[in-house]
Design a protein around this ligand. Structure first.
Ligand code: SF4
Length: 605
C-alpha cells in the first residue's frame, strides 16, 4: 500500500470477541479515497439489505481519510458510518480532534464492527493489536466520566469515542462523544448501545511508519496552505469566535430558526451570539490535529443559577437549537443544556429541536400538563427545557418518547403533532431556515442523512451578500456541486471549514492527495469531482435499497406553505417541486429521483 494509508482495516466480531486485520483494498481507496466514501462503500457491501438498525447485524464502519494523521493542515477527521435507527437510512458523521490520527498511528485505516457483545464492553486498539474488554461498572456513566475511566484503564494518552446513558438506553438521538466532540447525528450512539459497546479506545505510537509518496512536494503544498490561511481575514474572526460568530449574521438574513421555526428572526440574538459568549463565558480555546485555527471554545458559567455549568462550545447549531429555537435568551442555560447532552451522549441539534417541538405542542394545547408531568413547556422557559432534557437523557416519562426523535414522537402523540415536527427523513433540522436560502432547502430535502446542514452547505447563500438567496434559478446545479464537494472532502480526512472558506480548494486537494498517495485518479480536480459524485450516488443507492420512498425528498409543510412574516427572509417559502425537478435532472436521475443505469455505469457503481 502506498503512502499515507496504513493499508489495514480492523475487523471486530462482537458476538465472538474475535478481532483480525484485513488488507485495505487499493481499488476501493482509488475510487473512494477513505473517510465518508470508503465508509459508504463498506457499509453498502457488508450490511445485508433490510437490516434492523438496532440489531446485532447492523454494521458500524470507522474510517479515516487519506490525509488523516499526516502533516497536512486540518487533517484530523474520523468518519463513522452505519444504518441510522432514526431515519432507517445511511448515517455518516465525522469529527475532528485526535482520534483518527491516533487510529492511524496504531496501524489501522479503520475498523468494521459487527455483532453484539455478551456484556458491556469496550474495544481497546493499540499498536497493531486490538481486544475486547468487559466494562460493566461503567454502565450508566456519563461520556466524560467514561472517557477518563477508559483512559485510566488503558493509557493516559489514549483517545476515546464513547457513549453515555442515552446510547446505552438506545435513544435514537444518541451520538458518540470523545475529545470534547460529538459525532454521529442519527443515532450512532444507540447503535453502539445495541451492540453493548460502551466505547472505542485507541493508542498508537507508530506515527513514523505513516509516510507520503512525495514528501518534498507535500511539504511545499502545506507551506502554501499556511500562507493562504494567514492571509485569510475571515479565519482571524473564526479563530476568535468559532461557529457562534454567525449567530447575528444569520439572524440578519432572517435564517436563525426561532421558536420551532415560527420565525427566522430572534429578538434577543445579541444575548446569545459569539460576542456575548466570548465576553463572559469562554475560558479556553482548543484545537484539532495539525490545525492552526483552534476554533473550538470551552465555556464555563461562573455565577448565577447555572454557576458551574460548562461545555465545549456551544457551537452555532447548539445555540440555535437550545437558544433561539426554544426561545431561551439565557446563554448559561444553553451551556447547561450542552453539558447535559455531553453527559448523556445526545446530539444537541436533535435534542434542542425536540424541546422546541414539545414547547410548540404544549403552547398549542396538543400536550397537556398531564402529558408533561407538570412541566410548563412554554417557549423561553429554560428551567422546563433543562428538566425535559434530563428526562430525555434518562428516558423517563415523556422523555422516553421524545428520545425517539420528533417524527416518531409526533406519530405517537397524534392530534396534528406531525405538522410541528421539523425534520427531513426523520432527522431534525439544523439551524438555517430553508425559506430564505433555496439551495440550503434543496440540500436539506435531498441529503442522504436527512435534515443535515453539512452535506451540501450553501455557503454562497449564507455568506455572500451579493448572492441571490431567494431565486430558485441555478440552485439545482449549485446544490449538486456543494453536495459532491462535501462527499469528496469528507473522504479526505480534512476539516470542512477550511474547504468552505477557500484555504483548500479542489486543485490544492488534488495535489495534496497525489503527493500523499501517488494515486493518479485522485490527482486532478476532475478526478475528485467524480469521486464526490460517486459517493453521493452510492449513498442514494443505499437509501433506495433500504426502502426510501420518493416522497421522502421532502420538507415540513411549515417551510412550504407558511411564509416568514418578518425579517431578512420575509414572505419567502420553499418552492420545492420546482427545485426538485431541476435537481433530479441535473443529477441524471429519473423523475422519481432514482440514479439511472447509465449514470451508475459511468460512476462504476
Ligand atoms: S477549524 Fe476548528 S474544527 Fe476544524 S480542524 Fe481546526 S479547530 Fe478543528
Amino acid at each position: 500500500m502506498k503512502g499515507a494509508y496504513t493499508g489495514k482495516m480492523l475487523l471486530v466480531d462482537l458476538d465472538t470477541g474475535r478481532v483480525a486485520a484485513e488488507g485495505a483494498e487499493e481499488g476501493l481507496l482509488r475510487r473512494y479515497i477513505g473517510g465518508r466514501g470508503l465508509g459508504a462503500r463498506l457499509l453498502y457491501d457488508r450490511l445485508p439489505a433490510g437490516t434492523e438498525p438496532l440489531s446485532p447485524e447492523n454494521v458500524l464502519v470507522l474510517t479515516t481519510g487519506a490525509l488523516t494523521g499526516t502533516a497536512s493542515l486540518f487533517s484530523s477527521r474520523t468518519n463513522i458510518t452505519t444504518k441510522s435507527p432514526l431515519t432507517g437510512m445511511i448515517c455518516m458523521g465525522n469529527c475532528g480532534g485526535f482520534f483518527g490520527p491516533e487510529l492511524k498511528f496504531a496501524g489501522f485505516d479503520g475498523a468494521i464492527i459487527t455483532g453484539r457483545a455478551r456484556e458491556l464492553s469496550y474495544l481497546w486498539i493499540h499498536d497493531g493489536q486490538a481486544e475486547l474488554r468487559a466494562c460493566e461498572p461503567l454502565r450508566g456513566r456519563s461520556c466524560p466520566e467514561t472517557e477518563s475511566e477508559l483512559q485510566r484503564a488503558t493509557d493516559r494518552k489514549s483517545r476515546v469515542l464513547c457513549i453515555g446513558p442515552a446510547g446505552e438506553l438506545q435513544a435514537r438521538i444518541a451520538c458518540l462523544y470523545g475529545d470534547h466532540r460529538f459525532v454521529g447525528r442519527g443515532g450512532t450512539g444507540a447503535v453502539l448501545g445495541s451492540k453493548n459497546l460502551k466505547g472505542i479506545v485507541v493508542r498508537g505510537t507508530l506515527s513514523n511508519s505513516l509516510g507520503v509518496v512525495e514528501p518534498e512536494g507535500f511539504r511545499e503544498i502545506i507551506a502554501q496552505e499556511m500562507k493562504l490561511f494567514r492571509e485569510n481575514a475571515f479565519f482571524q474572526e473564526w479563530r476568535q469566535y468559532g461557529t457562534p460568530y454567525i449567530v447575528s449574521p444569520m439572524n440578519k438574513l432572517g435564517l436563525l430558526g426561532t421558536r420551532n421555526y415560527q420565525s427566522g428572526e430572534c429578538s434577543f440574538h445579541e444575548q446569545i451570539n459569539g460576542e456575548a459568549l466570548l465576553k463572559k463565558f469562554v475560558v479556553k480555546k482548543i484545537t484539532c490535529h495539525r490545525c492552526p485555527v483552534a476554533c473550538i471554545s470551552l465555556a464555563e458559567v461562573k455565577d448565577g443559577e447555572y454557576a458551574g455549568a460548562h461545555c465545549r462550545g456551544p457551537e452555532y447549531e447548539t445555540i440555535y437549537a437550545f437558544g433561539s429555537d426554544c426561545g431561551v435568551s439565557s446563554l448559561p442555560a444553553v451551556i447547561r443544556a450542552d453539558q447535559l447532552c455531553t453527559e448523556y451522549g445526545m446530539d444537541t441539534i436533535s435534542a434542542g429541536n425536540i424541546c422546541a417541538f414539545a414547547m410548540e405542542l404544549y403552547e398549542r394545547g396538543i400536550l397537556s400538563d398531564r402529558d408533561t408531568d407538570g412541566l410548563a413547556l412554554r417557549f423561553g422557559n429554560h428551567r422546563a427545557m433543562i428538566e425535559l432534557l434530563t428526562r430525555i437523557g434518562r428516558r423517563e416519562g415523556l422523555g422516553r418518547l421524545l428520545g425517539e426523535g420528533v417524527l416518531r414522537a409526533a406519530q405517537a402523540i397524534g392530534r396534528g403533532a406531525e405538522a410541528f415536527a421539523l425534520q427531513v427523513k426523520g432527522l431534525e433540522l439544523a439551524g438555517y431556515d430553508p425559506r430564505g436560502a433555496k439551495s440550503q432547502a434543496l440540500a436539506y430535502a435531498t441529503s442522504p442523512r436527512g435534515g443535515c446542514h453539512h452535506t451540501g452547505y450553501a455557503e454562497a447563500e449564507l455568506f455572500d451578500p451579493t448572492f441571490d438567496r431567494f431565486t430558485t434559478r441555478g440552485k439545482a446545479a449549485l446544490t449538486v456541486a456543494n453536495q459532491n464537494k462535501s462527499c469528496m472532502y469528507d473522504s479526505t480526512g480534512v476539516c470542512a471549514f477550511p474547504t468552505q472558506l477557500g484555504v483548500i480548494d479542489q486543485d490544492t486537494m488534488a495535489r495534496l492527495l497525489l503527493a500523499a498517495t501517488g494515486f493518479s485518479e485522485l490527482g486532478t480536480k476532475e478526478g475528485l469531482e467524480e469521486v464526490g459524485e460517486r459517493v453521493f450516488n452510492l449513498e442514494r443507492l443505499f437509501n433506495w435499497r433500504e426502502g426510501m420512498k420518493p416522497s421522502q425528498d421532502s420538507m415540513p409543510g411549515r417551510f412550504l406553505r407558511e411564509p416568514l412574516a418578518v425579517g431578512g427572509s420575509a414572505q419567502q417559502v420553499v418552492e420545492l417541486e420546482v427545485l426538485l425537478a431541476e435537481y433530479y435532472q441535473k443529477r441524471g436521475w429519473t423523475s422519481e429521483g432514482r440514479p439511472t443505469e447509465g449514470l451508475l455505469r459511468r460512476l462504476e457503481l
